[in-house]
Design a protein around this ligand. Structure first.
Ligand SMILES: [Zn+2]
Ligand SMILES: [Zn+2]
Length: 321
């Protein structure tokens, strides 16, 4: 790509400027934090006697993933002025292990916990929307180094989500099809495919707002993690491990978040990875138009480097129960 390009989102009224010349390489801005094997002050480590909201155990009865209430929540169920709930998913008892270092089977279990908490919090009274997300690295808003993700339950559907829901409804009316199913179909031969197997399509979207941004789209039209079968979750765990390891190799922070279908809609679930090598400045905050210095085609090339794509594409995933 030689010239800068203004690109429009597949189905939203959103624009980005793809500008590879502005920065040949994103700044490496991941803020390194103290990284001891075990932190004496870390409340997520097993030594801290905390009462979990939910946990899963290994064969010996030790917890391997646990969910805690957020001690300093922005929202709580006992505050009618800021009603909601916030939880932390402690992804491992080990203080110094990151998500991309977990075995596939463990990442799959983290997905199961996300799914369980999503379904539980959606059942709470007056809760309209639940977001599962992760902040990895200082620039992405992470404040504790122990590997964890978060779940927030909101009493309203956030405007950004509402906008996307309306755009998907409109698309479905006009095309009689799902925009994400169509994106998989339209992009499958494009230079923007970052990773793929029989169940998951990982795409650097055409108008990516994030350098190295990736969408993980299940190939089957599923509404949420809850609707995914074991083989699909295993594929997603593979994709997450592969892509997050690649992002970690660049030493940049990232966020990811799950967009599940809301109740009464039949929308396609998508997991969005947003690496955060740069800080949004005046243009981004003042117009909502983002400058992305890494063309998605280059990002996909980076993700594919060193892999035999054909092998990956043909790889069959074992169905486990
Ligand atoms: Zn810890
Ligand atoms: Zn679909």
């Amino acid at each position: 790509m030689k010239k800068n390009e203004i690109r429009k989102h597949y189905f939203l009224d959103k624009y980005v400027i793809i500008s590879p010349k502005r920065g040949k390489r994103p700044h490496t801005t991941k803020i390194c934090q103290e990284d001891p094997t075990v932190s004496k002050t870390c409340f997520m480590c097993p030594d801290a006697k905390r009462k979990p909201v939910y946990e899963i155990h290994d064969d010996k009865g030790n917890w391997i993933i646990r969910v805690l209430n957020n001690d300093f929540p922005a929202l709580s169920l006992d505050n009618k002025y800021a009603y909601g709930k916030q939880e932390l998913v402690v992804e491992t008892p080990l203080h110094n292990k990151e998500l991309h270092e977990f075995p596939i089977e463990h990442i799959k279990k983290v997905l199961d916990v996300y799914s369980e908490r999503y379904e539980s919090l959606m059942k709470l009274e007056k809760i309209r929307y639940v977001l599962v997300f992760k902040n990895e690295g200082g620039k992405a808003g992470e404040s504790i180094s122990h590997s964890h993700s978060q779940v927030i339950a909101l009493p309203m559907i956030p405007p950004m989500i509402r906008e996307e829901i309306l755009a998907i409804d409109k698309y479905q009316m006009e095309h009689k099809s799902c925009p994400y199913c169509d994106i998989i179909n339209d992009e499958k031969k494009s230079p923007r495919v970052a990773w793929e197997d029989a169940n998951i399509f990982a795409l650097c979207p055409f108008a990516s707002e994030s350098p190295y941004g990736v969408w993980f789209i299940p190939k089957r039209h599923v509404r949420s993690l809850h609707d995914m079968n074991q083989a699909e979750k295993e594929s997603l765990a593979h994709a997450i491990k592969y892509i997050s390891a690649k992002i970690e190799s660049l030493d940049i922070s990232y966020n990811y978040f799950f967009h599940n279908s809301i109740e009464d809609c039949d929308h396609h679930m998508v997991l969005k990875f947003a690496p955060r090598p740069n800080v949004w400045a005046g243009l981004e905050l003042g117009t909502g138009i983002v400058i992305n210095t890494v063309p998605p085609e280059d990002a996909a090339k980076f993700y594919n480097k060193g892999t035999k794509k054909k092998v990956l594409r043909k790889k069959k995933i074992k169905v486990s129960a």
